[in-house]
Design a protein around this ligand. Structure first.
Ligand SMILES: C[S@@+](CC[C@H](N)C(=O)[O-])C[C@H]1O[C@@H](n2cnc3c(N)ncnc32)[C@H](O)[C@@H]1O
Length: 287
C-alpha cells in the first residue's frame, strides 16, 4: 500500500530507505503530467567514463547546477562523485516542482498538493487515493469523481495554502548530506534566471532535455539558458538520458573560448541532443 504524505513526512519514518522514498514519490503526478521519477545509481557508467575529465578539472569545479533533479537522489550521488574526483563543489539542484503542502480539509481527510492546490495524493483515514486519472478510469467512469473532486478541491486547497493553513514540505530526498552543499531551488530551465548567469563551472541535465518530451525549439532555449549560466570557457556541460534497460547515452561537453561547445567524451553513442548542442552559437550583441 502507498504510504500517505503525512506518514512519509512524519519524523518517525525511516530516513534512509531510498526505495521506500522512490516508491512514494513515483506515485505523485505533477500538474504538467510528469511523475517524480528517479532511481539510485543510474549513472555509474557515466561516472567511470567522465571521471578523468572531472579529476583533471577538480580544482576549478566550485559551483555546479543540476537541472531537473526530481527528488535530488542522483544529485546526492553527483555530490559524492565530485568529492571522489577531488572537487569541493556546492550544487544548486533545480526542478519545476519542489514545494508541496499537506492540507487538512476535515479531521479524516488530508490532501497532499502543490502550491497551486493541485492534488497529488488524497488521504482518507490513512488510506491513500490517487487524484490523477489513468486510462482505465475512462472505461470504469472513475474519471468523473476524480476530475470533479480536483476541480472542486483545487481552489479550496489553494486558498488554505495562501492563508497559511497548511504544512509546507519539500519533495526532496532525505538522503541529503547535512552540510548544506546541495541547495534546492524551484526553477524552470525554459525561463532565464538572472541569478544563475555566469555562475556555474558545470551544468548537468540528466533525463530532462529529451527529444520525445521537448521540441527542438524548446531544447534550443534550454541550451541557450544553460550556456548563459556557465561561468566561461572551460566550463563543463553533462547531458544524459537513461533508457528502460537502465543504459545511459550521454555526452560531456566543454565550453570553447568562442562560446561554442566541444565534445570531451561520449557514452552509449552520446546524447540524443548532442547535435543541437554542437550547433549552438551564442547570440552576438548585434543579434
Ligand atoms: C525524469 S526526472 C530526472 C531526474 C534526475 N535528473 C535523474 O536523471 O534521475 C525529470 C525531472 O525534470 C523536471 N522538469 C521537467 N521540465 C522541467 C523544466 N522545464 N525545468 C526544470 N525541471 C523540469 C521534472 O519535474 C522531473 O522531476
Amino acid at each position: 500500500m502507498t504510504v500517505s504524505a503525512s506518514k512519509f513526512y512524519s519524523s518517525g519514518t525511516d530516513t534512509t530507505d531510498v526505495s521506500l522514498e522512490s516508491a512514494f514519490f513515483a506515485k505523485l503526478k505533477m500538474r504538467n503530467g510528469t511523475f517524480k521519477l528517479t532511481q539510485p545509481s543510474r549513472f555509474q557508467e557515466l561516472e567511470v567514463a567522465f571521471r578523468p575529465y572531472l579529476e583533471e578539472r577538480a580544482g576549478s569545479l566550485r559551483e555546479i547546477l543540476d537541472v531537473g533533479v526530481s527528488t535530488g537522489l542522483t544529485t546526492v550521488e553527483l555530490a559524492r562523485f565530485l568529492k571522489d574526483c577531488g572537487a569541493a563543489a556546492g550544487i544548486v539542484a533545480t526542478d519545476l516542482f519542489i514545494e508541496a503542502h499537506i492540507v487538512e480539509l476535515a479531521p479524516d481527510f488530508r490532501v497532499f498538493c502543490d502550491p497551486e492546490g493541485w492534488p497529488l495524493q488524497y488521504d482518507v483515514r490513512g488510506i491513500t487515493v490517487r487524484p490523477w486519472v489513468r486510462r482505465l478510469d475512462y472505461v470504469t467512469l472513475a474519471f468523473i469523481p476524480l476530475m470533479l473532486g480536483r476541480s472542486i478541491l483545487q481552489p479550496r486547497l489553494r486558498s488554505r495554502i495562501r492563508a497559511g493553513m497548511s504544512r509546507p514540505v519539500q519533495m526532496i530526498t532525505r538522503s541529503l548530506p547535512s552540510n548544506g552543499e546541495i541547495v534546492f531551488i524551484e526553477n524552470d530551465i525554459m525561463c532565464r534566471s538572472e541569478r544563475f548567469i555566469h555562475r556555474f563551472d558545470m551544468v548537468r541535465a540528466a533525463n530532462i532535455l529529451n527529444t520525445g518530451y521537448f521540441s527542438s525549439d524548446q531544447i534550443h532555449i534550454a541550451i541557450e539558458n544553460i550556456h548563459s549560466y556557465l561561468r566561461g570557457p572551460g566550463a563543463l556541460l553533462m547531458i544524459a538520458r537513461t533508457n528502460r534497460a537502465r543504459e545511459n547515452a550521454g555526452t560531456l561537453f566543454e565550453l570553447n573560448g568562442n562560446g561554442s561547445f566541444a565534445v570531451l567524451k561520449r557514452v552509449g553513442g552520446g546524447s540524443e541532443i548532442e547535435k543541437l548542442v554542437l550547433e549552438f552559437r551564442p547570440a552576438t550583441a548585434d543579434g
